[in-house]
Design a binder for this molecule. Structure first.
Ligand code: PLP
Length: 492
């Protein structure tokens, strides 16, 4: 079923300065016309969700002024976006960003997007047999639930029990009453923000961090404070302490278990320190454990909450999205005391989860030991393919795999990530540039390469990313020819 659309009312507007900041260095270095590169860069922002559908764009004149380009360039970019169905214009009103009308209801899988190589998504496909068995189990259990209303605002007991047991196995004794079921980790974060953070208050995140975290914070109108995270040195917790002392944020959000996008893992002493910081500064810390089970080179230490004293407030969020399948939409919040304050927001933000999905998730979490090792083997093999393909396509890039997770954080020889992602759109590849993982843009030297696609598509996509990079820097050189004068290095 295709979506039809009548004339759109803008849901918000973005000013010329804000759009210029998000665009980053979009200008083409080579012969590509500036209007086309600008249109590509705006399209990337829209498709990545960094500027929402329904946003009114600045006038041609104001954007041209701020970008220091001719008005014809902006007019040409807007015309190109209109041609591809990404911009809707009305006489006398600001144009609005939209998605093409004929984009089908499942844009990731069908229609015009079918051939697109989605290197912007780090989510594995489902383990077919497990999901099949999980829903058979759900159907078998269903009769016991059908006589009731089917509304369980805190989650099904059968699910909270297996989730609590998994925490206990990982070194954090947990009772089912400490678990609040949500519709995934992203939903869990929204519930936490709704409960603990007022718009305008500060929240600390790693930089880079998962783009969904940044989107949730932006939507919540939180003030984001970045804690730089470096693949060579990891988390600088002295720096975090100085932020806590000086800025007194309302919340800290951390992703210490195979961090997205770097794959880094915080060691046990860092976990202990996080607990101490939470207690000393009275600040709640959200630990996003979405990727915790995906240790490819080593397993994660016990959860941060296991290292924290009673005075600390560590809120752990988790999900079946990466271990099982994002399509299930089941996640949770774990707190030390029963999560009653969060239950109110969870109810407001969606009453209760689907009974069938929770039953299926309970089955899958209970069965984790039977299928996770195979999934980790597949991811290891795909990571090796990605590293190999990157070695061919971007031989001068620097890559430091973090030990687990789903992505490689790739340092390009030149700061051309946005232009590379924009050029990749033209080659049929979606790619998130480093700026998508930073609250205020920047990180132009980085792109994230997930290794969740099958080997052939992964290799093809990475090859095209190499081509997009060379287009972006205006080089006709073949990979391996030194375009930069910088030493070539692939740190594995
Ligand atoms: C670190 C992190 N947190 C949260 C999410 C979103 O998880 P979910 O699908 O459970 O909402 C992701 C998905 O990529 C992630 O990588």
């Amino acid at each position: 079923m295709a979506i039809s659309r009548s004339e759109l009312t803008p849901t918000g507007a973005i000013g010329a300065h804000a759009l210029a900041r998000r665009l980053g260095p979009w200008r083409p270095a080579g012969p590509r016309p500036a209007y086309a590169a600008l249109a590509d860069a705006v399209r990337v922002l829209l498709l990545d969700g960094r500027v929402s559908v329904g946003t009114a764009v600045p006038s041609e004149r104001s954007l041209a002024e701020v970008l220091d380009v001719s008005r014809t360039t902006v007019a040409g970019a807007y015309a190109a976006l209109r041609d591809t169905g990404h911009l809707q214009s009305r006489q006398g009103a600001r144009s609005v960003l939209v998605l093409p009308v004929d984009m089908p209801a499942e844009p990731f899988d069908h229609g015009d997007e079918a051939d697109v190589c989605r290197l912007n998504i780090a989510a594995p496909s489902a383990p077919d047999q497990v999901v099949h068995d999980a829903f058979r189990y759900a159907l078998e259990c269903a009769p016991a639930y059908l006589s009731g209303a089917g509304v369980y605002p805190s989650g099904l007991r059968v699910l909270t029990e297996v989730v609590a047991r998994r925490y206990s196995e990982r070194g954090l004794p947990t009772r089912p009453e400490q678990i609040l079921v949500t519709a995934g980790a992203q939903h869990a974060l929204r519930v936490v923000l709704d409960t603990l953070v007022s718009p305008g208050e500060s929240v600390v995140v790693e930089q880079p961090t998962y783009s969904g975290t940044l989107q949730a914070l932006a939507r919540h109108r939180a003030r984001v404070v970045a804690l730089p995270l470096d693949t060579s040195h990891g988390w600088d917790l002295d720096h975090l302490e100085s932020i806590l002392r000086l800025q007194r944020p309302a919340l800290v959000c951390m992703n210490p278990d195979f961090h997205n996008p770097t794959g880094l893992l915080l060691a046990a002493d860092g976990r202990r320190r996080l607990g101490e910081l939470s207690a000393r500064y009275g600040v709640p810390i959200v630990i996003d454990e979405t990727v915790v089970e995906l240790g490819l080179d080593r397993a994660a230490p016990a959860p941060v909450a296991a290292f924290a004293s009673r005075r600390a407030q560590v809120i752990t969020i988790g999900s079946v999205s990466k271990t099982v399948w994002s399509g299930l939409r089941v996640g949770w919040i774990r707190t030390e005391a029963p999560p009653d304050p969060f239950a109110v927001a969870r109810y407001d933000l969606g009453i209760s989860g689907s009974v069938m999905d929770q039953l299926a998730a309970a089955y899958a979490v209970d069965e984790l030991a039977s299928f996770l090792p195979g999934r980790l083997d597949t991811l290891r093999a795909q990571r090796a393919v990605a590293l190999d393909a990157l070695g061919d396509a971007l031989p001068d890039a620097v890559i430091t795999p973090g030990g687990g997770g789903l992505c490689l954080w790739v340092r390009l020889p030149r700061p051309a990530a946005t232009a590379t992602a924009a050029a990749a759109v033209g080659l049929g590849v979606r790619l998130t540039p480093g700026s998508g993982f930073a609250p205020d843009g920047g990180l132009e030297n980085y792109i994230r390469i997930p290794y969740t696609l099958g080997s052939d598509e992964l290799r093809r996509g990475i090859d095209l990313v190499g081509r997009a990079y060379r287009q972006a820097i205006g080089s006709g050189a073949e990979p391996g020819e030194d375009e930069t004068g910088l030493p070539g290095r692939l740190a594995v």
